[in-house]
Ligand binder design. Structure first.
Ligand code: CO8
Length: 257
């Protein structure tokens, strides 16, 4: 597929997607969503890919949903087309996705970053849910995911005032996993992705599934789910290899990666 709003590359076992609408600060429109879904689906189907990195530009990861595209929509249009429900499909990707964020991650941009499995931020990153300034509220999960990640106080503050959080505050608040100098962002994100991609793919995918489950169910159900997955792993060749390699003091040579 020829992409117009994203750049798709493969670096070793890592799939790299760069949002590429520089004139609109990578605003997320219907075309971007369609292309992101197609690109991630292709990486999902490619057994050579073990992790995905999604990034934007130095100035903006993404400055939100495309305001100009949605501005004139009526309620009926938004409802009938279930506007932006496609993002739910994006979150069903099973391989790990890292958001490498520099510059603005606002509105849908912040929400896209939160749909990834973790966020590595450049020290230039700015996160925000400024929808309130447009007379609306977050519509791609911001009110729900941000609250789970940073807690009610910060989420209310961000969503009600529309203020931005810098990278240091985002790290303190648990929104991002690490902050790195802007110049090192891509190297760090690609290194993290390559490391993940070098592990056993079924173990990595089950690990992602288990952590995500903790957001959906009670602790006892989550623990049960984790244990069932854990038990099932004793059927993996990679479990035998990983544990044998430890005992033999050598590097594991996982078959499924
Ligand atoms: N949508 C469309 N175009 C945008 C967007 C956007 N979100 N953000 C920036 N642009 C465009 C600008 O219009 C401008 O275009 P042009 O050159 O043609 O005028 C170009 O990008 C550059 O932007 P600026 O000149 O504004 O650049 P600045 O450096 O001065 O400012 C900012 C950068 C602060 C990021 C500023 O662009 C800004 O405030 N952008 C909007 C941020 C925002 O409000 N985002 C939230 C959008 S709403 C949203 O995401 C809701 C998601 C849920 C919807 C789900 C529905 C079901």
């Amino acid at each position: 597929m020829a992409y117009e709003t994203i750049i798709v590359e493969t670096r070793g076992k890592v799939g790299l997607i760069t949002l590429n609408r520089p004139k609109a600060l990578n605003a997320l429109n219907t075309q971007v969503l369609g292309e992101l879904l197609a690109a991630t689906a292709a990486f999902e189907a490619d057994h050579g890919i073990g992790a995905i990195v999604i990034t934007g530009s130095e100035k903006a990861f993404a400055a939100g949903a495309d305001i100009k595209e949605m501005q004139a929509k009526t309620y009926v249009e938004a409802y009938l087309e279930d506007f932006f429900s496609g993002w739910e499909a994006f979150t069903r990707n099973r391989k790990p996705m890292i958001a490498a964020v520099a510059g603005y991650a606002l509105g849908g941009g912040c929400e896209l970053a939160m749909m990834c499995d973790f966020i590595i931020a450049a020290d230039s990153a700015k996160f925000g849910q400024p929808e309130i300034t447009l007379g609306v509220i977050p519509g791609m999960g911001g009110s729900q995911r941000l609250t789970r990640f940073v807690g009610k106080a910060k989420a209310m503050d961000m969503c009600l005032t529309g203020r931005m959080m810098d990278a240091a505050e985002a790290e303190r608040s648990g929104l991002v996993s690490r902050v790195v100098p802007a110049a090192d962002l891509m190297e760090e994100a690609m290194k993290a992705a390559a490391k993940i991609a070098d592990f056993s793919l079924p173990a990595v995918m089950m690990c992602k599934e288990a952590v995500n489950r903790s957001y959906e169910v009670t602790l006892s159900e989550g623990l049960r789910f984790e244990r069932r997955l854990f038990h099932s792993m004793f059927s993996l060749e990679d479990q035998k290899e990983g544990m044998a390699a430890f005992a033999e003091k050598r590097t594991a040579n996982f078959r499924n990666r």
